[in-house]
Design a protein around this ligand. Structure first.
Ligand SMILES: [Zn+2]
Length: 71
């Protein structure tokens, strides 16, 4: 199932290394501005980095909406 992470997997945001809670497409995570190891297809995020990812993607979506409205 998407998003589930096996026990013992570590968050692969550089400099973190906490226990991962979520797995996502590494591309999406990079687009959100979090640095995951290059060449990885999957990004594993701990609870706090997942929250940060969600926050950042929310912001991006809003900015996109503004852009569309502004044109
Ligand atoms: Zn983390």
């Amino acid at each position: 199932m998407l998003g589930r992470v096996a026990k013992g997997v570590k968050c692969n945001v550089s400099g973190c290394g906490k226990e991962a809670k979520r797995s996502l497409s590494a591309d999406k995570v990079r687009l959100a501005g979090l640095s995951v190891g290059s060449g990885e297809k999957r990004a594993y995020l701990c609870e706090s980095h997942y929250k940060e990812f969600k926050k950042r993607t929310k912001k991006d979506r809003k900015i996109e909406q503004w852009r569309y409205k502004g044109v």
